[in-house]
Design a protein around this ligand. Sequence first.
Ligand code: CO
Length: 496
Amino acid sequence: MSNYSSYQSMLRKIADIQYASAVLNWDQETYMPSKGATFRAQQLSTLAGIGHELATSKELGKLLHLLSTDNSLSEKEKRNIKQSLKTFNENKKYTTEFVQELSKTISETFQAWHKAKADNNFAVYAPHLEKLVTLKREESKLLGDFAHPYDALLNQFEPGLKTADLEVLFTDVREQLVTFVKKIAAKPQNNDAFMYLYYDREMQWDLGLNLLKQMGFDFESGRQDASSHPFTTNFSPEDVRITTRINEQDINEMIWSCIHEGGHALYEQGLPSEEYGMPSSEYISLGIHESQSRLWENNVGRSLQYWKANYPKLQDAFPENLKSVSVQSFYKAMNIVKPSLIRTSADELTYHFHVLIRFEIEKALIEGLIEVKDLPSYWNLKYKEYLGIEVPDDSSGVLQDIHWSHGSFGYFPTYSLGSFYAAQFWVQAKKEIEELENEIEKGNMKPLLDWLREKVHRHGKFYSAEELCIEITGEKLNFKYFMDYASIKYSKLYDL
Ligand code: CO
């Protein structure tokens, strides 16, 4: 067996362990009975331990060093080795004790968060979160070699992204988007009361499947189930699971979770399955992953063309609610811009203020400028400042997101990056795909999916996020594209 083949079979073994954990995680979120939790945590931790041992083994390290100077490899193989060596070196920085301590603290913090949120009691959560923040500060130190301590954590979700880049990006958000939203707020608001009438669960479910099918979701390589928080996971490019949430009093939840998770799933289904387990079969970064979900959700799903294709189906399913509502009114209703308390139900513009707030708080927390006990008051102050909102209680304030309880600091900014990348890719797609918007209006999503497969999906991790963006659009990420998209669309919607 050649060195490269040995490396491939080792990576595939590690992938088998990781995907087996993913199956257990998926089951935990969807079908597992509540008493299953204790042993499930143990099973997951055992698999994580085996995975960590394999991923840091001497044998793998030796192979990677040999292969990193092997000039007979193809360009793709060389990139795989480079990526794997980077991951290997990062994994080696963690001691088994630290990994176990972190994993245990995360389990405890997650449980405390659950209780704290249900009881509206931040104090239950605070001591656990304090311990977790201390560990994350340590982790940032042990990863070392970054200009800013927050960079090390960002790097886990968005390799190469720096705090300094985000400062620039969010300055644009503050200066341009905040001003633009103020102009919208001065205008009369559109009506969306019909979105909150009674919408039958079964009918919604069938409609969601229909939308997914139209996007090109392959139901022989995936399925949809229900969960309280919509998500996408995969066990290979040939088995991609998404979940949705249905609210019978709000049609928005199903529509946006189906299209959003569908966009994530198309990316996973489009990764090359013959490269299973290799970096060449992995997504680039969370920002790029989110660009795929946001492009489908916002640029496609919140467009008039998309609903010209799909609104008649919705009217047929719910004539009593929508018979007298025109597609124009429906389009206006789904694009209402209004500062709100909860990130996950925010509109596509004020959404980024929620992310900006989390970015500022996380950065200060990791820098040590604020402590966990200061979080609720700091949070409420920022909501007043950026969204003009009084936070009524911690459950719908600082306790609303799951992320920090998982130790995911540095994750939130990738949500905004995703929307900004999507806007930039969308401009390019419209240039390169003939009559793209007309095809969408006919319900034909194939030209767009083929373009995304060609430009993004098939490459796996061959390019970095920045390289991919330049490869597709000729330049680095530029906030201008999002701002142009927003001002053209919303100036029309709000008659600015
Ligand atoms: Co997403």
